[in-house]
Design a protein around this ligand. Structure first.
Ligand code: ADP
Ligand code: MG
Length: 399
């Protein structure tokens, strides 16, 4: 789960990290009031969307003006004017994709005098099984570009969970960023607090880009992008409350209601599979035969008929879907339950596209019989290879 920058900063503030004062607002009038309250003389008007690259982004609508999604304002009137221009309009950044994202809220923040901008992030390093820091002096820029063009400018190290952040980590960071004296001490403090916040809130990613040195010689968190581990959200009610459903894929929201592991993708073949490994293999084999999957969907081990029906409805609701592949290896999951679910869903929503069903395992004969007797136009398949070829073939024929 992702949250907005201003929410992320509020979380970090709880852990004592240095963030600027700011107010989240939804209208130009609120922007004006927030600007007055903050007092100036410099403000930053920041689009709140779940995507980075806002500063360099561009609005689709001409009325939003030429400036990007993060704007420096020098008066209360300018703050209000920017709010009027940006709210309700669509910001396109490198991370939003060409469709962009509608800006529904802004963060009005006091402006900082920036001496230098660094990059700093924490993530779970699957290789070492530890939380790793990624640090670079090249903050504010596109870090992927730096990683590509000048990988020597990026430093990473993993933290031993038994000891946590140690003074030597602080020294490594200070040296890498060229910080000495009090700033070096602040760097140690900042990374130790970030590490504590990361663990306490079960984050999966915490990116500060930029972490700045102010002209008066202090470190400050100027941007914050945080993702939380969805599997741990049950123990963070406060975080769950920060969820902004308007930022999420509608199909993914619907899927989460039924506890379905669903991820929307860009292709044309909708997939319903049980087991994450089999689901991944199904995506691979669809690509192998020359089409792209429209989603990842794992209905799980013990899905009910109701859950299968919901899954099927989510798949068919996607206008991009030109064919559906149901691939079930029945173990705990029984093939007849899947068959009943698919039929119930087709009866409810109709079937406009070819449907290939491959069933194997527990109660397979019963499942196949249910589908045969339903009279539905289902293309049966014998194995995964056969199923993939059949659905790709059917979609290509229909196109
Ligand atoms: P994004 O990463 O989405 O482009 P940022 O929050 O990093 O958005 O803002 C982009 C740039 O705007 C920063 O690199 C920084 O130079 C500037 N900026 C952001 N917030 C402030 C602020 N409070 N004061 C001064 N400059 C800011
Ligand atoms: Mg940034």
């Amino acid at each position: 789960m992702n949250i907005h920058e201003y929410q992320g900063k509020a979380v970090l503030k709880e852990f004592g990290l240095p963030v600027s004062k700011g107010r989240a607002i939804f209208s130009p009038d609120e922007a004006e009031a927030a600007a007055r309250e903050l007092g100036g003389p410099l403000w930053v008007v920041k689009s709140q969307i779940h995507a980075g690259g806002r500063g360099k982004g561009k609005f689709k609508e001409a009325a939003a003006g030429e400036k990007g999604g993060v704007r420096l304002a020098k008066s209360v009137e300018e703050v209000k004017e920017f709010a009027r221009q940006m709210l309700g309009n669509t910001l396109v950044t490198l991370q939003t994709g060409p469709a962009g994202k509608q800006v529904n809220r802004l963060y009005i923040e006091e402006g900082s005098d920036i001496a230098s901008e660094f990059y700093l992030s924490l993530l779970v390093d699957r290789e070492t099984g530890r939380v790793a820091f990624v640090i670079s002096t090249e903050g504010g820029m596109d870090i992927e570009q730096v990683a590509h063009d000048a990988p020597e400018k990026i430093l990473t190290f993993a933290v031993d969970p038994a000891t946590g952040v140690m003074p030597h980590h602080g020294r490594v960071v200070a040296k890498a960023l060229g910080l000495t004296g009090d700033l070096a001490k602040e760097a140690t403090d900042v990374i130790s607090r970030l590490y504590t916040a990361f663990l306490a809130k079960d984050m999966s990613m915490l990116e500060i880009n930029p972490l700045i040195v102010t002209k008066d010689g202090h470190l400050r968190v100027l941007d914050a992008k945080i993702s939380f581990d969805s599997n741990a959200l049950y123990r963070h009610r406060d975080i769950v409350e920060l969820r902004d459903l308007t930022e999420e894929d509608e199909k993914e929201i619907e899927a989460s209601k039924y506890d379905l592991a669903y991820i929307a993708l860009d292709g044309t073949i909708g997939c319903m599979v049980n087991g994450a490994g089999l689901a991944m293999a199904t995506l691979d084999i669809i690509k192998l035969y020359g089409e792209e999957p429209a989603n990842f969907l794992d209905v799980g081990g013990g899905a009910t008929e109701e859950k299968v029906t919901a899954a099927f409805k989510i798949i068919t609701a996607d206008p991009q879907v030109k064919g559906i592949l149901v691939n079930i290896f029945g173990g705990i999951m029984k093939c007849d339950v899947i068959a009943k679910g698919v039929i119930a869903a087709v009866k409810a929503v109709g079937l406009q596209v070819p449907l290939v069903v491959r069933l194997e395992g527990t109660n397979v004969e019963l499942g196949k019989q249910i589908i045969r007797e339903s009279g539905l136009n289902v293309i049966p398949a014998d194995d995964l290879d056969d199923a993939a070829q059949k659905i790709v073939g059917a979609v290509k024929k229909a196109a």
